[in-house]
Design a protein around this ligand. Structure first.
Ligand code: GTP
Ligand code: MG
Length: 238
């Protein structure tokens, strides 16, 4: 362990601790991943700037998939229970994680929250991360799929300005597309930039309000759930 007595060492220490914290986070994330594997639950981590439409997307996704799959939600926010209340109104279990000022969720928070939510028969568990396009990029939560929302009112320049979020994400959802006629936002430009940051990123374009693109999104979720189950049963047979 390094001695931390002078200013220079202090600089080193901050760096080392931050690296170690991320390592600890990743260990817990792996525990969550194998727990979800055992339970056959598809886990998604939704990230975005504040107000990009994460909770609205979840509300509409639940309405469309409620009869087909069982959904549960972990909500992350600095304060209030408001998003969990919105989700509960849709008739699915939701637990609010109040971070009290922390700008992202960490794997340890998810690990502590999981025993507090009823996951019996749950097929898909969504985590709605704290609204922030920076810090959540660094924290693996054990998810199968990371989804970054970008609403067309935010501007189409975000993938290049916040590259770590787009680099670590599997899916980019362009949201609020009902507003496209009123704002200067190019779906083509944002897709091109996102693909230049991350060649394997997959893009969906939708509006929770108008419903366009929602059936493709829901189909994708079902496909991913089936693929995970298939993979799990093959592994179990080996
Ligand atoms: N026009 C339009 N507005 C939307 C759409 N989806 C969400 N909104 C509005 O955008 C605002 C923010 O939506 P939320 O779903 O609360 O966004 P969020 O990402 O969950 O916000 P935080 O949890 O605070 O980060 C609300 O006023 C929604 O009504 C959409 O598809 N079209
Ligand atoms: Mg929300």
């Amino acid at each position: 362990m390094k001695k931390l007595t002078n200013k220079a060492a202090g600089t080193l220490r901050a760096h080392d601790i931050s690296l170690n914290l991320l390592k600890a986070n990743d260990l817990v994330a792996e525990m969550i991943r194998s727990d979800m594997q055992c339970r056959n639950i598809l886990l998604l981590n939704l990230v975005s700037s504040p107000g990009s439409g994460k909770t609205s997307l979840l509300e509409e996704t639940i309405k469309l998939l409620k009869d087909e799959v069982n959904i549960a939600v972990l909500e992350g926010d600095l304060e209030t229970e408001r998003d969990a209340d919105r989700i509960r109104k849709q008739g699915v279990p939701a637990l609010q994680i109040v971070t009290g000022g922390t700008c992202h969720l960490e794997a340890q928070m998810i690990h502590q929250a999981l025993p507090k939510i009823n996951l019996d028969n749950v097929d898909i568990l969504f985590i709605e991360n704290v609204g922030n396009l920076v810090c959540p990029a660094s924290y693996d939560l054990g998810e199968d799929i990371r989804v970054t929302l970008i609403s067309c009112t935010e501007g189409d320049d975000k993938p290049k300005k916040y590259p770590s979020m787009f680099l670590t994400t599997d899916i980019m959802l362009v949201t609020k597309t009902d507003l496209l006629p009123y704002v200067p936002f190019s779906v083509e430009a944002v897709t091109k930039d996102a693909e230049e940051v991350n060649a394997s990123i997959q893009t969906f374009v939708l509006s929770s309000y108008k419903g366009n693109g929602m059936s493709e999104w829901c189909q994708y979720l079902i496909q991913q759930l089936e693929q995970k189950r298939e993979k799990n049963s093959v592994n179990a047979a080996l």
